[in-house]
Design a protein around this ligand. Structure first.
Ligand code: NDP
Length: 277
């Protein structure tokens, strides 16, 4: 996705994947900074660790509790921090790592697009999972003024921590533990159940088949159709996988690094080709 976009934007950059042990994350970030990298993306479990390892953190990333994008920045002629990519040919003396989070906006953008659902105000949501992705999705959905979020998670204590966090930031939001006794406007799977072929469903099948909620979103994008999405479609629900979320978090990261408008169609086509074919 990123390399296709870089080619389309005529940028002589490369996007590369590195396996980094969490114990070495600080050195990896320092190394990338020393070598003049434009930026980094981070994935589990580095997103939470990076919060304390970058030189500056954007307020929203602090709120979501995770950094998935780092922009290396330098000072411009006016002494303001700017992405390295826009520093031009000036001699670079100082570099800092600036942490952002592009996941949270990406899920809302994907939900709106995949379900043609512009206005989520007053909606009820069943959120499966209470990890990093669930947390940023819940906090971001609360900003869309959803009315109620039902939380279901394997480890109840994690759901309780998420509920406390949500209520602290959004006192008007109703946060309820367990399955609703009625349908909801949206179900989001933010657990890792579905990544492996023999995983059990992340949702209670009887609940799904009785209430047949209109929209079911699985953050998982590989496989293209998880058992949850299959069950949802069989029950007559609209269903979408996490490809849109992956696309929009990457597009926003590219925009932060380059300042350029990301070529979304090219990025989506590259994703579909590389992930689903
Ligand atoms: P975390 O590790 O932070 O959270 C994992 C969640 O899954 C927790 O709620 C955990 O429950 C639950 N879980 C894990 N294993 C099981 C199991 N065997 N049975 C029941 N519940 C389980 O991961 P993330 O929040 O970062 O990611 C969650 C999902 O979202 C993943 O599938 C990931 O691939 C996807 N994702 C997709 C993105 C996209 O761009 N589309 C971006 C980010 C994530 P417990 O609290 O009990 O441990």
């Amino acid at each position: 996705m990123q390399n296709a976009a870089l080619a389309a934007l005529n940028l002589n950059w490369r996007y590369l994947a590195f396996d980094v042990h969490p114990d070495n994350l600080a050195e990896a970030i320092a190394g990338a900074k020393a070598m003049g990298f434009i930026g980094l993306n981070l994935t589990v479990p580095h997103k939470l660790l990076a919060l304390d390892l970058v030189d500056a953190v954007e307020a929203r990333a602090k709120l979501w509790g995770a950094v998935n994008t780092i922009v290396f920045e330098t000072r411009d002629a006016q002494d303001a921090w700017v992405p390295l990519a826009s520093a031009g040919d000036a001699a670079i003396k100082e570099i800092r790592s600036h942490g952002f989070n592009t996941d949270a906006d990406a899920i809302v953008q994907s939900l709106k697009e995949d379900f043609q659902w512009a206005d989520m105000r007053g909606a009820t949501v069943l959120l499966l999972g209470a990890g990093g992705a669930a947390r940023s999705a819940a906090l971001r959905l609360a900003e869309e003024d959803v009315a109620k979020i039902y939380l279901v998670n394997r480890t109840e204590e994690h759901a309780r921590q998420l509920a406390a966090n949500l209520t602290a930031h959004h006192p008007r939001l109703s946060v309820i533990h367990g399955y609703p006794r009625d349908s909801v406007d949206l179900v989001v799977n933010a657990t890792s159940l579905g990544l492996k072929p023999n995983d059990p469903l992340p949702i209670d099948r009887a609940w799904l088949e009785s209430f047949r909620p209109p929209r079911i979103y699985d953050m998982i994008y590989r496989p293209k159709e998880t058992a949850l999405l299959r069950a949802a479609r069989a029950a007559g629900c609209r269903a979408a996988n996490g490809l849109g979320m992956l696309l929009y978090q990457g597009a926003e990261a590219l925009k932060l690094w380059s300042g350029a408008q990301p070529p979304l169609q090219i990025m989506r086509a590259a994703l579909e080709k590389n992930i689903h074919e």
